[in-house]
Design a protein around this ligand. Structure first.
Ligand code: ARG
Length: 471
């Protein structure tokens, strides 16, 4: 059978052109959404009296059969039919005969493809919120199991002040919480219907766009037909949110890789998430976080790719826009892989509490606290800073830590020191002294965990509600 658009042509398409311009190899991913959109469209054509009821019934029954075949994987898509829209239409016409040709009344592939993308992406966004929720839950569990585990906190990757391991885990919970909010917010702009924009200007048929929107559970319709077919902001937004999520995952990856090294030895990843070396029998490599860190690059690349495709594109549809798909599919697949592995990897990670404690005992991360002690005795902070700097230098020269010094040694640096300094310097005391909202003191961290748990409950409820709305 000839091309669906073959009328104006006198020659066959060059074979290489056909291969070069086709998108069916990747947009077959949109098959179910394409049929979903067509079912709503043809229902509306019937309601508006644009097509007779019996044609509508025939087309709907045909589309249902095509959908079953798509699900069963028993349709052979062909490059000759270029893209998913024409492959499905062809399959419909093969099934119901020429009446199938009425489906495309009042519609263009330009508003059709945009509709498919909106339908497809809104489902993925809900799935990603769910995956982030699961990762947050794993982090919260680790936090609860480590509400007394103290490790050195770092700035400049130098030991700075001791913190609870729970507090460190909860920092990531906050980061992924923002990711969840961003995805939830983007849903508003994804859940808008382009169909009815036609090729670019609208259509001469008396269609009802709002009816189609409600059939497809869209909250709104695009206000402007040119914008409806030209807009790919919703994909860019998703790709940029995905880039930030991957950046967060790669920061956590980096810490897990570092913490798994012999030098740190703070955590041990479960064997199930590591691989060995083909030459060095002793190796256990943290491949999963390494690859997540590495794959962050391609996710950024997909964002840059689409930004560049859209840069300077005139309104409305241009074939360039077909390039919006592979990067989006690749980002979705890459991030699904990363998030699927991360939640169980974090959940099964062994936290080496003793080793963390040893690290805390062998550092100067309690130095700020003796400075604060002197401030409490009336010394200006700047001067206290200088005094403690000298005390630390003395310790380094003597190969001692602050807790090893005698009171006489302390008093060489300031007469204000007294016995209580030994309590002030205890890691628990140092941690619990930071008892401000959002700080690392245990009561604050327990409250942060409680707040995060109720936010997570709200997220879980959102996922249930929006899964329903998106399917
Ligand atoms: N395969 C095309 C795409 O993905 C569908 C829209 C084609 N529209 C057109 N006028 N050629 O962008």
């Amino acid at each position: 059978m000839s091309k669906l658009w073959g009328g104006r042509f006198t020659k066959k398409t060059d074979q290489l052109v056909e291969e070069y311009t086709a998108s069916i190899m990747f947009d077959k991913e949109l098959a179910e959404e394409d049929i979903e959109g067509s079912l709503a469209h043809v229902t509306m054509l019937g309601k508006q009296g644009i097509l007779p009821a019996e044609d509508v019934e025939t087309i709907k029954a045909g589309l249902q059969r095509v959908l079953e075949r798509v699900k069963a994987g028993d349709i052979e898509f062909t490059i000759g039919d270029e893209d998913i829209h024409m492959n499905i239409e062809k399959a419909l016409i093969d099934d119901v005969g020429s009446v199938g040709g009425k489906l495309h009344t009042g519609r263009s592939r330009n508003d059709q493809v945009a509709t498919d993308m909106h339908l497809w992406l809104r489902k993925r966004v809900v799935e990603f919120v769910d995956m982030l929720y699961k990762l947050q839950s794993a982090l919260i569990e680790q936090a609860k199991a480590n509400a007394d585990t103290i490790l050195p906190g770092y700035t400049h990757l130098q030991r700075a002040q001791p913190i609870l391991f729970a507090h460190h885990m909860m920092a990531y919970v906050s980061m992924f919480g923002r990711d969840i909010e961003r995805l939830q917010d983007s849903y508003k702009r994804i859940n808008v219907l382009p169909l009815g924009a036609g090729a670019l200007a609208g259509t001469t048929f008396p269609i009802d766009r709002h009816f189609v929107a409600s059939q497809l559970k869209f909250d709104r319709v695009y206000e402007n037909s040119l914008d409806a077919v030209s807009d790919r902001d919703f994909i860019l937004e998703f790709l940029s949110h995905a880039s930030i999520i991957m950046m967060h995952l790669s920061r956590l990856s980096e810490e897990l890789i570092m913490w798994s090294s012999t030098e740190f030895n703070f955590v041990e990843l479960d064997d199930a998430f590591c691989t060995g070396s083909s030459i060095m029998p002793q190796k256990k490599n943290p491949d999963v976080p390494e690859l997540v860190r590495g794959k962050t690059g391609r996710v950024y690349g997909n964002l840059m790719g689409l930004l560049t495709v859209l840069k300077s594109l005139p309104l409305a549809y241009n074939k360039d826009m077909q390039e919006d798909k592979e990067g989006m599919f690749d980002t979705v697949k890459t991030m699904q892989g990363a998030l699927q592995l991360f939640a169980p990897m974090v959940a099964t990670m062994k936290v080496n509490k003793d080793r963390m404690r040893q690290a805390v005992n062998q550092d100067f991360s309690n130095a700020t606290d003796i400075a604060d002690f002197l401030v409490g005795k009336g010394m200006p902070f700047r001067q206290a800073h200088e005094v403690i700097g000298k005390t630390v230098l003395y310790c380094i020269q003597q190969n001692k830590y602050l807790l090893d010094l005698t009171l006489d040694e302390f008093k060489q640096f300031s007469e204000l020191f007294d016995d209580r300094i030994y309590d002030v310097l205890q890691p628990e005391q140092v941690v619990n002294a930071r008892n401000v909202y959002g700080g690392t003191a245990k009561p604050q961290v327990l409250e942060a965990i409680a707040r995060a748990e109720s936010a997570a409950e709200a997220t879980a409820a959102w996922v249930i509600e929006y899964t329903e709305r998106s399917n």
